[in-house]
Design a protein around this ligand. Structure first.
Ligand code: ZN
Length: 657
């Protein structure tokens, strides 16, 4: 591991202890082998003035909710040192009491809650304190001979602290152990099964000591283990269906929709292909704080059992674990967040794509550490009771009570076709803002520019069944399945009366406005069957109930699509899949409506473009966003008992009425 410290960058911040603290905290945060997703914390002690101009000794410590990789000065909570050092002298304090007292000790009431490790940072008498959960250090200590190995690697350079609960218990333990020590004789504090603290009076030394100590652990691992080689996994159709079924079952047990992402990286495969995967994967987490994200252990999928049976066994084991340790806490849902798929990799689940990605990162680092520790005598996590204490920590239980309501499509996966512009784009964006993971298909390569966490842009010609199958498999890999399909892609052929209607225009309209929807439906069907609250919305047209002259190519295809939707509603109702159709009109902010098309349509009715645009009974134009709102309503709980319906969205049309 290399130091990322840059003297000239640091020089620019000289004289500002907090700015330097931000700088070196970010250096730590950039390395996922040191800290992952909000893990680790740092601090600096400094003198400042309060409102009255009096000198105050303050600990600027990482606030909760901030991530070291992106932390800013505002992410450090200024707590009065005298409050923290006084709290350290108590024999026993509850963590909720500490949260309250630390808040009262803040110099700035708008600051975030100080880290629960603030007291420990205050106990260490150096200006800068750095704390990480470095993989290499934790791996060494998650083994049967942890203390001997640590002694071999570090000698007396570090103070070794046995595992205790983070928070007050840990602060108190370190306070007691260090009351009589000579701080100049140690470079760091190593917390077994947890991580490492380093410290110094300048930011660079504290940071570089961390890098140095972690490098020693990495070197030891390298000398004593061989890196395993990893193969690749080839997924076939049945594997994708298995993924969707597992996601469906996990969501059932969790009582809410979860997004699942497949990880078939080298780390995930090495564990999934381990000869003894059932046993080694089930020994516990890398560090106890991971249980909040990943639960105690992953579900190792038993390929001889169906997904439902696998999940039932996992849930029963979780219930038994809770019953063994509980003392009045509220049980969390008993569903796994990490599934090891033997031979294939890891399936990582969360309430959102972001949460699933965090699980994926933790699972990758855990898998790597497990395999290294196996070569050092065997992976060994903390006893179950310690992990229970972390999972059911009073501070975590308190979070449950103030849990906010999730957005309506949280954990659901929505596939939208024709998603680059107009109605499709509006639908994709609306579902995304409503919490869904979105797979946005479009024939234009520009669709990939829209990709971001939880939003996958896929280039796909929806008339090509093979391209569709590939897109659907990408959706399942990224998010674990498909729940809602908005089949929207379409074209608007030029107005041509029957006497001049060109065969190619007619056929092309049938291919895109009718046949491609059938292909989309067929490609998605295996996943809708395994979906959560599955629903299909077909974008038909006002032309179905009220066709216009010159629009044969368009209207015939859309009428066929409506009939397809009605039949789909009949066929799919027994599987719980709803199919509804929308008949939009007067939506002029889409790619269909060029000035020329508007002109043509207006003249075929013998009116001006302005009159044409406002010809609805309500005299309104619709926007793509209006349609997206209706699509979301039809796909959501409001219409959970409606299928086979056709809804006009046209501002009122007397021919439709
Ligand atoms: Zn920690």
């Amino acid at each position: 591991m290399n130091s990322l410290w840059n003297d000239s960058d640091a020089q620019a911040l000289a004289g500002d202890p907090l700015a330097l603290r931000v700088y070196s905290s970010r250096l730590l945060g950039q390395n996922p082998d040191l800290v992952l997703h909000g893990g680790g914390n740092t601090s600096v002690k400094a003198h400042t003035k309060d409102f009255f101009g009096d000198d105050v000794h303050v600990l600027y410590v990482k606030g909760s909710g901030w991530d070291l990789a992106t932390i800013e000065a505002a992410g450090f909570a200024p707590v009065r040192m005298e409050v923290l050092t006084r709290l350290a002298t108590y024999d026993n304090l509850s963590d909720s009491n500490i949260v309250t007292q630390q808040r009262l000790g803040l110099l700035d009431p708008t600051a975030p809650n100080p880290s629960v490790e603030a007291i420990l940072h205050a106990v260490i008498p150096h200006t800068y304190v750095d704390h990480t959960h470095a993989d290499a250090v934790v791996t060494l200590t998650n083994t049967p001979n942890a203390e001997a190995i640590v002694q071999e690697v570090y000698g007396d350079d570090v103070l070794v602290v046995p595992y205790v609960m983070p928070g007050f218990t840990l602060a108190r333990t370190v306070y007691t152990m260090t009351r009589d020590i000579d701080w100049t004789q140690i470079q760091g504090i190593l917390l077994l099964n947890h991580g490492l603290f380093t410290f110094a009076d300048d930011a660079k030394t504290s940071y570089e000591t961390m890098i140095e100590l972690v490098s020693q652990a990495e070197d030891y691992l390298e000398q004593h283990t061989q890196t395993a080689s990893n193969n690749s996994s080839n997924l076939d159709d049945d594997h994708y269906k298995l993924i969707a079924s597992l996601r469906q079952e996990v969501s059932r047990v969790a009582g809410k929709s979860l997004v699942a992402c497949l990880d078939n990286s080298g780390e995930a495969l090495n564990l999934a292909q381990h000869s003894n995967v059932n046993e080694v994967a089930a020994r516990g987490p890398l560090t106890p704080d991971h249980v909040i994200r990943t639960k105690l252990v992953p579900l190792v999928h038993d390929t001889t059992q169906d997904p439902e049976a696998n999940l039932n066994t996992y849930a029963a084991n979780y219930q038994a674990y809770f019953d063994r340790h509980q003392s009045g806490q509220t049980m969390l849902d008993p569903a796994p967040r990490w599934i090891v798929l033997p031979e294939l990799g890891s399936l990582c689940l969360g309430e959102s794509a972001r949460a699933a990605t965090i699980v994926k990162d933790i699972a990758e680092h855990t898998a790597k550490s497990i395999l290294l520790a196996e070569k050092l005598g065997g992976w060994q996590a903390l006893p179950e009771s310690d992990l229970f204490d972390m999972e059911y920590w009073e501070l975590e239980q308190a979070k449950l009570k103030r849990a906010k309501t999730s957005p309506p499509f949280s954990g659901q996966v929505v596939l939208v076709t024709g998603a680059l512009s107009g109605i499709g784009r509006a639908c994709a964006e609306h579902f995304y803002t409503q919490g869904a993971a979105v797979v946005a298909l479009d024939i234009s390569p520009d669709i990939t520019i829209l990709s971001k966490l939880g939003f996958l842009g896929v280039v796909c010609d929806v008339t090509d069944a093979r391209a569709l199958q590939d897109a659907v498999q990408q959706a399942v890999t990224a998010f674990g399945g498909i729940d809602i399909v908005v089949s929207n892609a379409g074209i608007f052929p030029p107005s041509q009366r029957l006497d001049v209607l060109e065969d190619s225009h007619f056929q092309r309209s049938l291919a895109i406005n009718l046949d491609s929807h059938r292909k989309v439906l067929q490609a998605c069907l295996p996943y809708l069957e395994r979906g959560i609250k599955p629903a299909v919305i077909l974008m038909a047209s006002k032309n179905v109930p009220a066709p216009g002259p010159g629009a044969a190519a368009y209207s015939v295809a859309k009428a066929g699509l409506t009939q397809l939707g009605r039949i789909a509603a009949l066929e799919l109702a027994p599987k719980g899949i709803r199919v509804n159709m929308l008949h939009p009109d007067a939506v002029y902010d889409t790619a269909f409506w060029t000035e020329e098309t508007l002109q043509q349509r207006a003249s075929s009715y013998g009116i001006s473009v302005e009159q044409y645009k406002r010809k609805s009974l309500l005299g309104v134009e619709l926007t793509s966003h209006d349609i997206a709102l209706a699509v979301a309503a039809l796909a959501g709980d409001s219409f959970a008992k409606t299928t086979g319906a056709q809804m006009p969205l046209d501002g009122g049309n007397n021919r439709v009425i």
